[in-house]
Design a protein around this ligand. Structure first.
Ligand code: UT7
Length: 325
């Protein structure tokens, strides 16, 4: 019998500290950096974001999102046989954040690893988990996106620090005899490394280079709109579907203008696009599973809906996953 992979539950976690644009305006003004609610809303659609407090790590958010996804799926942690965490803000250089999450969930024995594809990380992780389930290597996987981007932000750089937030989202992906993941499509082009990066690293006990986020926003914007259309069409083609079959587009939540541009190219009305960027900001690898879980819990996304998840980010990386939910 053909083996497929199906999402059986979703969960998410946002740290309690919520900063509105007014809070960011005040925070930056204290450093002599000028921004405004009007600029942030008009250029990005962002109105608020969540930041972790001291001592809270990506694994804490990931573990909570995973617990919520397990509860929604009705699956016990002990039955999970694969954990993949997509993150660019791991707790440590090593071991993987997935190993730390595994321990926090009280699980042992199953394979665990991180995927580093920045804002496309969850799409990459879901693609890998689906392949491992389809080939019989795993049967019940936790696929998580978790980030604490607030730790990478340069609060003297208004062009980036107002854009990002912290959070985590998770899905339980289970083996099934009916298709849940209909198709996957992932790509990268390493020549664009410099347009979105955190160039620092640890060497000899010291941080070498700059460990804060750098972005050429306009270059990222232009590339993003093109590749998001291409990967959406590729994922649809692979499944023999068209954009008209999509009930919900759940794109990476970076900028409402990029999301609207992609929807326009696919001829989808905005009321078929799940939007959480206004409340979460850009949470990188967490943004898609966070948006999915919020849409499920809000009663927007329902069982049987066709979902197109798609992401783009540093690397440059991009990709899409078409889902029968
Ligand atoms: O998650 C990975 C994917 N990342 C993305 O998708 C991000 C893609 N890029 C973007 O979303 C947009 O390029 C940004 C939101 C980052 C910037 O929007 P933009 O419309 O491209 O603005 P810009 O960079 O062209 O800047 C326009 C003006 C500049 O002033 P001048 O030179 O025209 O006087 C900036 O200095 O806006 C100014 N500006 C700000 N003003 C107030 C930039 N940031 C701010 C700010 N507050 N926070």
């Amino acid at each position: 019998m053909t083996r497929f992979a199906r999402i059986s539950g979703t969960g998410s976690c946002l740290p309690p500290q919520r900063l509105t644009n007014a809070d960011m305006v005040a925070k930056l003004a204290a450093r002599g950096v000028e921004t405004s609610d009007d600029w942030i809303v008009e250029r990005t659609g962002i109105r608020a974001r969540h930041f972790v407090g001291d001592g809270v790590f990506a694994s804490d958010l990931a573990a909570e999102a995973a617990r919520n996804a397990l509860a929604a799926a009705g699956v016990l942690g002990a039955d999970i046989d694969l954990i993949i965490v997509a993150t660019s803000t791991p707790d440590m250089v090593f071991p993987s954040t997935a190993a730390i999450v595994q321990n926090k969930l009280g699980i042992a024995g199953c394979p665990v690893f991180d995927v580093q594809a920045v804002c496309s990380g969850f799409i990459y992780a879901l693609t890998v988990a689906e392949a491992m389930i389809r080939t019989g290597t795993a049967s019940k996987a936790l696929v998580i996106g978790a980030e604490v981007f607030s730790r990478l932000l340069d609060f003297n750089d208004r062009t980036t620090c107002v854009l990002f937030g912290d959070g985590a989202g998770a899905v339980v992906l289970e083996a099934s005899d009916t298709p849940g993941i209909l198709s996957t499509d992932i790509h990268a082009d390493g020549k664009h490394t410099d347009i979105l990066c955190v160039p620092g690293h640890v060497s000899g006990g010291q941080i070498m280079g700059d460990p804060l986020l750098k972005m050429d926003g306009q270059a990222v914007f232009k590339l993003a709109v093109g590749v998001l259309e291409d990967t959406a069409r590729a994922a649809l083609d692979k499944a023999g579907k068209t954009a008209a079959d999509i009930d919900w587009l759940i794109p990476h939540q970076a900028n409402i203008r990029i999301m609207a541009g992609t929807a326009r190219k696919l001829k989808l009305p905005m009321d078929k696009v799940v939007v959480t960027v206004d409340q979460h900001g850009n949470t990188s690898a967490a943004s898609i599973p966070l948006a999915l879980d919020h849409a499920v819990r809000a009663g927007q996304v329902k069982k049987g809906d066709t979902l197109l998840l798609e992401g783009v980010g540093g690397g440059f990386t991009w990709g899409a996953v078409l889902v029968d939910f």
